[in-house]
Design a protein. Structure first.
Length: 115
């Protein structure tokens, strides 16, 4: 995300234009209300799943809300980085396929951590 929080500002603008409160958007997306607030303030970087849910409710594509996919911090979670990179160039079918692979890899990583 950019330092000027373009994503959060556009998300808020679009949410309001669609007549949604933060509470209602969170409810429709199945996320906690605080996630929406933190996204709009720029204090939270969403997981791929959260981002997908929010954008789906708003009927938006990622480039329409100001998320600059070229400026993802290298300090982010590797699954998030890969998801964002995939979003930049993939079709919807490819996204579903890659997302499934990423979720499987993430589960495997969690299993190995618990051993």
């Amino acid at each position: 995300m950019t330092n000027d929080n373009t994503f959060g500002k556009k998300l808020k603008q679009i949410r309001k234009a669609k007549g949604l409160t933060q509470e209602k958007l969170a409810e429709l997306a199945g996320v906690h209300e605080k996630h929406i607030s933190k996204l709009e303030l720029g204090t939270y970087k969403p997981s791929f799943a959260t981002l997908s849910k929010v954008l789906s409710v708003l009927d938006l594509e990622i480039d329409k809300v100001g998320l600059n996919l070229k400026k993802v911090s290298v300090n982010d979670n590797p699954f998030y980085i890969k998801s964002v990179q995939i979003l930049d160039n993939a079709s919807e079918d490819e996204l579903e396929y890659y997302y499934g692979l990423l979720k499987q890899a993430q589960k495997a990583q969690e299993i190995f951590r618990n051993d």
